[in-house]
Design a protein around this ligand. Structure first.
Ligand SMILES: Nc1ncnc2c1ncn2[C@@H]1O[C@H](COP(=O)(O)OP(=O)(O)OP(=O)(O)O)[C@@H](O)[C@H]1O
Ligand SMILES: O=c1[nH]c(=O)c2[nH+]cn([C@@H]3O[C@H](COP(=O)(O)O)[C@@H](O)[C@H]3O)c2[nH]1
Ligand SMILES: NC(=O)CC[C@H](N)C(=O)O
Ligand SMILES: [Mg+2]
Length: 518
């Protein structure tokens, strides 16, 4: 079995596109990993990369505190591709000049290829090709030993290469990783296949084989628990672990009283009967709702729920003998967040954190998805035979409806929200929008407004509909749902859900808003 995969490292200089570079390379079935640009040379070499990409970034190389890399990196015999800031850094460190351009160049440009021998093999054969630019600095003078291999009307050096077969170095002023550069994937493939000599071995099937073997080796005969929500991440992590160690795995699902209609039964049905997982369902509705009584502050709600989850996992794992490991569905974006060279970001929300669990329980962590993006996890889920209803489930937060009933969480208010939420989901599905939308849900506002129903004055609750499109949940845009679909939701909610007389649609993007309201 193939355990080693060729790999490309992406050094991050803070570009908003760094993750995209890694994704494009992975789409070419070559494993790619992001590291902050600040890691020492020895660490980079320890990864044994076949090639290295230097990302773009917001800095200018001539500024005092501009991020850099050890110049020796360019002389290791590992092929390097510098993109935008990466190109400017190569130029700066190798004896060329980078200056502020008189005009920023942002958007579409026509690239004319002057050398099609390797990086641009098969690119722009119709004369020129469209590329996406986003820069304010430019190469004034190339470093010695480099030559231009493509140009645009504005940039005589839109791409360059070092003429040295043993120390290959390529640079692009434009961004091959974005969709606005239609032949960008070909350029990146040329880099990883032709120049770095990588083989396309990194498929989800090989990922399953590798992960299964690693989990088996790690766990031996010990027992393992997995907190299972029925969401994509924990479900795929559980299925993968189950394939590796079978009944040594026990899954725990906690009914925290703030789940959606039928959620618990559905999870039970799918996991116990269809997937034959060892599943324990803990009904802890009363414990959660008691502690949430009269709590209004969102952060307090989140912390209470987080602590409560931990308490129940702890209590239950004590009942199971010989548990040494805890499976978590941590994804690659979670990992990157904490390694970005700009450092971890401010706490906007305390995500109910199962991560608090291991230290206190002395359980060792197993995180079989920590190298994957969400869309890759979905492919993996399919590969493992999970049904579509799980693979394509929209994310649902651990604190559940407690952070969608704004203000005090009571059984009555939860019932109103549940009914509205069911309608939103039904209508989104009926309109065929469920997969294209990252999340669509209802929020119960803590205010009442005046209405008129059957000639009677009403003074009742407001439901907000929130629906967003997103790649990874980090940024999001409000979904442009057709008006007739919105109209149907509004009509049905007001007619069918007692206690609601008004529906509004949330038209905020993230940032500056967030996806959830609390
Ligand atoms: N009701 C629950 N019972 C047990 N564990 C839970 C529950 N809700 C959340 N968790 C745990 O918290 C983790 C984080 O939840 P999160 O919603 O981010 O992931 P997910 O539910 O697996 O996937 P998705 O993001 O698609 O909803 C889950 O992976 C799971 O381990
Ligand atoms: O498991 C979770 N525990 C949480 O505490 C939590 N808070 C938000 N979310 C989900 O994360 C994504 C981003 O949400 P925000 O824009 O509201 O921060 C969205 O997909 C949210 O649904 C959570 N998931
Ligand atoms: N996208 C980038 O990498 C920009 C690099 C540099 N800050 C410039 O404006 O030219
Ligand atoms: Mg979830």
């Amino acid at each position: 079995m193939e355990l080693w995969h060729d790999r490309i490292l992406v050094l991050d200089f803070g570009s908003q596109y760094t993750q995209l570079i890694a994704r494009r390379i992975r789409e070419a079935q070559v494993y790619s990993q992001i590291l902050p640009c600040t890691v020492p040379l020895a660490t980079i070499l320890a990864y044994r990369p076949q090639g290295i990409v230097l990302s773009g970034g917001p800095s200018s190389v001539y500024e005092k505190k501009a991020p850099s890399v050890p110049k020796d990196l360019f002389d290791q015999g590992i092929p390097i591709l510098g993109i935008c800031y990466g190109m400017q850094l190569v130029t700066h460190l190798s004896g060329g000049d980078v200056v502020k351009a008189p005009h920023r160049e942002y958007g579409r440009a026509e690239l004319v290829i002057d050398d099609r021998s390797d990086l641009f093999k098969g690119v722009g054969e119709g004369g020129s090709t469209v590329v996406w630019m986003s820069h304010g600095d430019r190469i004034e003078r190339m470093p010695p030993g480099f030559r231009s291999i493509a140009h645009t009307g504005n940039s005589p050096v839109a791409a360059m290469k070092r003429d040295d077969h043993k120390r290959r170095l390529y640079c692009l002023q434009f961004h091959p990783e974005v969709a606005h550069t239609p032949e960008g994937s070909t350029i990146l493939r040329n880099f990883v296949y032709e120049i770095c000599g990588c083989k396309p071995t990194w498929t989800m099937q090989s990922y399953v084989d590798t992960a299964v073997k690693q989990i088996r080796d790690q766990v031996g005969k010990d027992r393992v628990i997995c907190a299972l929500s029925g969401g994509v991440d924990s479900s795929v992590a559980a299925a993968l672990t189950h394939r590796a160690i079978g009944d040594q795995l026990t899954c725990l699902f906690v009914d925290n009283g703030v789940l959606r209609v039928g959620e618990r039964d559905q999870v039970q049905k799918t996991f116990a009967s269809q997937l034959h997982l060892n599943l324990r369902i803990l009904d802890r509705t009363n414990q959660f709702l008691d502690r949430l009584k009269n709590v209004i502050d969102p952060e307090r709600k989140r912390k209470i729920i987080g602590r409560q989850f931990i308490a129940h996992f702890e209590e239950e794992s004590k009942k199971l003998k010989g548990v040494k490991y805890l499976v978590q569905g941590t994804l690659y974006p979670d990992v990157i967040e904490s390694v970005s060279f700009r450092g971890p970001s401010a706490t906007i929300k305390t995500h109910h954190n199962v991560g608090g669990l291991p230290a206190r329980m002395r359980l060792k962590l197993i995180e079989p998805l920590r190298e994957l993006f969400k869309d890759e996890v979905r492919v993996l889920g399919k590969e493992l035979g999970l049904p579509d209803e799980i693979v394509w489930r929209q994310p649902f937060p651990g604190p559940g409806l407690a952070i969608r009933v704004l203000g005090s969480v009571t059984k009555e208010r939860l019932a109103i929200l549940r009914a509205a939420e069911t309608i939103v989901e039904q209508e989104i599905r009926a309109a065929g929008l469920y997969r294209d939308i990252w999340q669509a849900f209802a929020v119960l506002l803590p205010i009442r407004t005046v209405g008129v129903m059957g000639d009677q004055r009403t003074y009742e609750n407001v439901i907000a509909i929130r629906a967003v499109t997103s790649l990874d949940g980090m940024t999001a845009d409000w979904a442009k749902i057709p008006n007739d679909v919105l109209g149907r939701m509004s009509n049905r909610i007001i007619n069918e859900v007692k206690g609601v007389n008004r529906v509004v649609y949330d038209i905020s993007s993230k940032p500056p808003s967030t996806i959830e309201w609390e």
